[in-house]
Design a binder for this molecule. Structure first.
Ligand SMILES: C[S@@+](CC[C@H](N)C(=O)[O-])C[C@H]1O[C@@H](n2cnc3c(N)ncnc32)[C@H](O)[C@@H]1O
Length: 258
């Protein structure tokens, strides 16, 4: 069954982690965050909403269609006076026309069936020459094999049906670029980012995260029994004497409002 972002049980799934320095460094090369008004659409528990504020944005507004996620994000960012959250859809955020300098959408678009409407909404929110940054995985990104650095690959080795689900919901790069261009974005670029996800001092921390399906919506497609089987499968492939440093390969698309 797909993840239900409205379920209280998933409240912490996209909240309790900090954006890695590698992500922050790339963000700084894409745009100078100082003084910007940013909309983080599909903000989840606010990990990257907070990161944009830490990078120097003047104001960051997180938007998410799930009230549960918005509540978790508010808790995570309660100390930041320049961060706020609203419940809204990627295609109808409720924010004003030409009101932000940057629209950021991380791990959102694979949950959308209508990319065009979300791109049109991003364009509407942006001031002239404002930036859109999209971060997601393509069908090629998700098909990478499993390794100590790319744990997700093991999910598909053990349960090939999960790969079919992943590939069915991930947008190919060309389609994202076309949707951006059709919505009126110019200077569209595409690049790869290996983003460190988390360092696990021992396998038991990783096993616990997998068991809770934290930040891994694809694992909601497995029964609890299948999940235990997967944890065992992954455990047998890793060296338990080594720290596990997991990362993910992402694709980043950028464009400017014409
Ligand atoms: C995988 S989480 C990513 C959260 C966050 N951006 C991150 O990278 O940690 C996807 C988020 O998108 C939200 N979402 C899904 N469909 C949406 C839509 N149509 N409009 C706005 N948010 C949506 C979900 O509620 C969820 O919080």
């Amino acid at each position: 069954m797909p993840i239900n972002f409205h379920d209280e049980k998933n409240r912490g799934s996209y909240a309790n982690r900090n954006a890695d320095e590698a992500w922050k460094n790339l963000a700084r090369t894409l745009v100078d965050p100082a003084g910007l008004r940013v909309a983080d659409v599909g903000c989840g528990g606010g990990i990257y909403t907070r990161a944009w504020a830490e990078l120097g944005a003047q104001e960051v507004i997180g938007v998410d269609s799930s009230p549960v996620m918005v509540e978790a994000a508010r808790e995570q960012c309660s100390a930041l006076a320049n961060v706020s959250f609203v419940v809204g859809d990627a295609a109808a955020t409720g924010l004003n026309d030409a009101s932000v300098d940057l629209v950021f959408e991380r791990a959102l678009i694979h949950h959308l069936t209508d990319l065009e409407s979300a791109m049109a909404e991003a364009c509407r929110l942006l001031k002239r020459s404002g930036h859109l940054i999209i971060q997601d995985r393509t069908p090629a990104d998700v098909a990478l094999p499993g390794s100590a650095e790319h744990i997700r690959g093991y999910f598909f080795e053990r349960f090939p049906r999960l790969l079919a689900i992943e590939q069915g919901r991930r947008w190919p790069g060309e389609q994202v670029q076309s949707a951006m261009a059709a919505a009126g974005f110019t200077d569209v670029t595409e690049m790869v980012l290996w983003e460190p996800r988390r360092v696990y001092p021992s396998f038991s921390e990783l096993a616990e995260e997998l068991r809770n399906r934290t930040g891994r919506s694809i694992l909601h497609e497995l029964t609890d029994e299948e999940l235990e089987d997967l944890i065992d499968f992954v455990g047998k492939r890793l060296d338990h004497d080594k720290v596990i440093a997991e990362g993910d390969r992402w694709t980043i698309w950028t464009g400017r409002r014409g």
